[in-house]
Design a protein around this ligand. Sequence first.
Ligand code: ACG
Length: 454
Amino acid sequence: MIGYEIFVRSFADSNDDGIGDFKGIAQKVDYFKMLGVDLIWLTPHFKSPSYHGYDIIDYFDTNVSFGTLADFRDMVDKLHANGIKIVIDLPFNHVSDRHPWFKAAMNGEKPYVDYFLWAQPHFNLKEKRHWDEELLWHTRNGKTYYGVFGGSSPDLNYENPEVVQKSLEIVEFWLKQGVDGFRFDAAKHIYDYDIKEGKFRYDHEKNVAYWQLVMDRARQIKGEDVFAVTEVWDDPEIVDRYAKTIGCSFNFYFTEAIRESMQHGAVYKIVDCFQRTLTKKPYLPSNFTGNHDMHRLAQLLPHEEQRKVFFGLLMTTPGVPFIYYGDELGMKGQYDSTFTEDVIEPFPWYASLSGEGQAFWKAVRFNRAFTGASVEEHLNREDSLLKEVINWTKFRKENDWLTNAWVEHVTHNTFTIAYTVTDGDNGFRVYVNIAGHHETFEGVSLKAYEVKVL
Ligand code: ACG
C-alpha cells in the first residue's frame, strides 16, 4: 500500500467555487492511478468552522463546502471501484467551541458539563504546552476549561465513559459509510492531564488502552482489514508503544532525520533513525514525505535531485509510505504554527493555475503560476520529480513484500548509507549517496544523489 495525504479544501474542485471537494477527489482517480497511490488519507471532512477542520461541530455530518454525505459515499464507491482505500482523520481529543456539547456545557447543562475538563483550585492554570508558549487553560464567561490546542478547541473529558461511548458511535458511523479506517489525530493527547497532580502529563498506557478499544469496535464492524495509523509526534520509543497495539504509526523521526541529514550533507541521523525505527518491529512503520504540520519537503530541500533521493529512501524502506499531496511536484511552503495556510496551498494541476478541477480558495504565496510545480509542467518535462516518483511507486508495487519487511546491516561513511531490506524470503541491498559528488562505498560506485538497489 502507498498512502497519499489530501488536504480536502486544496485538492480538486468540482463546482468552481474554488474549494476542493469530494466530487473533485472522485474525478481525480486517474491521477491516483498514474501516481501509483492506493490509500487516501483525508484531513478532517466534518462540519467545522475553520479552514483546517480539526475543530469539529458535528461528527455525523460533512463540511457543506466539501459536499453532502451522499457525495462522500459516492467518492468512497468510486475510489473502491478503482482499488483505492480511504482513511479519514479522527480528531477525538477536542471539539470546536461551537459544538452543541460545549455550548450546552457552558450553559451548565447536564450531562454536557461532564464532557469537558474544568479548572480546580489545585491546578496550575498558567501552565503552557511543553513544545511552545500556548496556555493549556482558557477562561470565558468566568469559566475556565482545558484546551491543549487553544481556546477554540476545548478538550473532551475521556474520564467520562459517556464520551468514550460517543466516540465509538462515531467510529461505527463512518465505517458504515464505507471508509477503510482512520488516522488517529493527536493520539497521545486523549489522556494528557493529571487531575490529581493538577498538571500536564501524558498517560501513554491509558491512551493506548483507549485506542485499543476503538480498534476493537472498528474490527467488530469491518473485520480484521481495518487500517489505522496513529499520529504520535514523539520520540521513536514512545511511538513504538502506540504502534504495536494499533498496528501502524507515522514515523516522524524518518521525515526529520532524512531532512536534517540532507540539509547538513551527512548521513548520521538517517543511520540512527534506521537503527531505531526500521529494524524488525511488531507493527508497520509509516514513513512519510511531510504533512500539513511542517515545512514542505521542497522548502527544506530546494534541489530536485535531493528530493528524488528522499523518495528513493521512502520507497525502499518497510511499512506503509505516505506522500503529502504536492510533494511529488515539489510544492513549497513554510510552516508557521499561527498561520498554517502556506503549507496547504491549492494543488497545482495546471501551469496557469486555472482550468477544470483547480482549487483556488486562497491566494498562493509559495506555488505561483508558471513556476514549475504543476502536474502539467511535470508531465511535459523529461526527468521530472513526478515521473521519478511514478517509477518508484511502480517499483514498490512490484515489491509489495516491502510492507512487512525490516532493515538490517546498516553501514555508512559520511555521505553514503547502505542497508539491507528483507522480509526473510525476499531482500535487496540499497546504496544511497546523499552528496552532490561521486562516491564509492563497499566497492559500489555511486553518482551524485544516486539510489542504487542491488
Ligand atoms: C495534529 C494535527 C494538527 C491539528 C491537531 C489538533 C493535531 O496534525 O494539524 O492542529 O487537532 C503537537 C501534537 C500533534 C499536533 C501538532 C500540531 N498535530 O502532539 O498531535 O502539535 C513536539 C511535541 C508534539 C507536537 C510538536 C509540534 O512533542 O506533541 O505536536 O512538537 O511541533 C521531535 C520530538 C517531538 C517534537 C518534535 C518537534 O520529533 O520527538 O516530541 O514534537 O521533534 O519539535 C489543527 C490546526 C491547528 C489548530 C488545531 C486545533 O493545524 O492550527 O490549532 O487543529
